[in-house]
Design a binder for this molecule. Structure first.
Ligand SMILES: [Zn+2]
Length: 295
């Protein structure tokens, strides 16, 4: 189960990773530069990173912090907008650590540009909802918050991620959006694929279904999957939901079908990924992660 691709993941089995690192490198500076490669993913705005500095380690990038699981994995991410440098810190949290700080240094964060998209034809009721729908929207908001706060202790993220549906890309992460000629503005947090209603939607990685609803006010058919450590996928506008809350799903297993329910102009899947209910990062960076050989 432990990763082979990362030399540090092997060290994760040992009680004192610091001692082993220093013994292997013979030079503390070289040891630190080796440590820099213990994350998979890119230090760029919207990027997800899987890091392994051994069990009982804590990884902190800017304001985002993660405690490693029993195999040493810690999932972190960068928000849509981040400064050009952020402090990256790795510390050991176990009682055996003599010098608990492994890394404490600024890291360059690659900057991105985001498009502006105009989206017309969205049902006006979802742009300026009738006040009578407020109780329903409040109830659904609380339900989504509960599901986003899920912290399943599995490791679905080690599967790597596959595209959850086939189709034409019609929306990308981070673009600023103006709906129905300016009546509302927002950021588009997901990746969109347009395809016919009924096109299968599959789990991009294994995980626990924490929400499965056929008819949410804004999202229509909606499913959440926790892939571990609060890395939660949301699938919007579904015409069919074929899983239930509390169910475990494997990567590639069908969970639902593309639809045009909720705030939608036509049949498409909108896939969003939120980290520990803090912010959405870019799902495409999960598709790019090379996890071959991790387990
Ligand atoms: Zn979308």
């Amino acid at each position: 189960m432990i990763a082979l691709a990362l030399s540090l993941a092997l060290l994760a089995q040992d009680a004192d990773p610091i001692g082993d690192l220093i013994a292997e490198s013979g030079d503390s500076f070289a040891g630190v530069s080796d440590l820099s490669s213990a994350c998979i993913g890119e230090f760029r705005e919207g990027g997800f990173l899987l890091c392994n500095y051994g069990p009982m380690s804590r990884v902190t990038l800017g304001d985002v912090s993660a405690d490693a699981d029993a195999d040493g994995w810690a999932v972190i991410a960068l928000p849509r907008q981040a400064p050009e440098t952020l402090n990256f810190r790795v510390e050991l949290t176990g009682p055996q650590a003599q010098d608990p700080v492994l890394i404490d240094e600024p890291r360059t964060i690659a900057q991105r540009e985001y498009d502006l998209q105009r989206v017309n034809g969205v049902p006006q009721s979802t742009v300026t909802p009738d006040p009578s729908t407020l109780p329903r929207r409040q109830r659904e908001y609380a339900q989504k918050q509960d599901a986003f706060n899920s912290t399943w202790d599995g490791q679905g993220f080690l599967d790597g991620f596959v595209q959850p549906a086939d189709g034409i890309t019609t929306g990308v992460y981070g673009s600023a959006r103006i709906y129905n000629d300016g009546s509302e503005r927002g950021v588009h947090w997901g990746l969109d694929w347009a395809n016919e209603t009924g096109t299968p939607v599959v789990a991009p990685a294994s995980g626990l279904v924490t929400l499965a609803e056929p008819d949410m006010y804004y999202e229509g058919g909606l499913i959440f999957i926790d892939h571990g450590q609060g890395l939660v996928s949301a699938f919007l506008h579904l015409s069919d939901v074929v899983v239930e809350e509390g169910q475990f799903v494997e990567q590639g297993q069908q969970i639902g079908a593309i639809g045009a329910t909720g705030r939608s102009t036509g049949p498409h899947l909108d896939w969003r990924v939120k980290l520990r209910n803090q912010f959405y990062a870019d799902p495409s960076t999960l598709l790019e992660l090379d996890v071959s050989g991790l387990r």
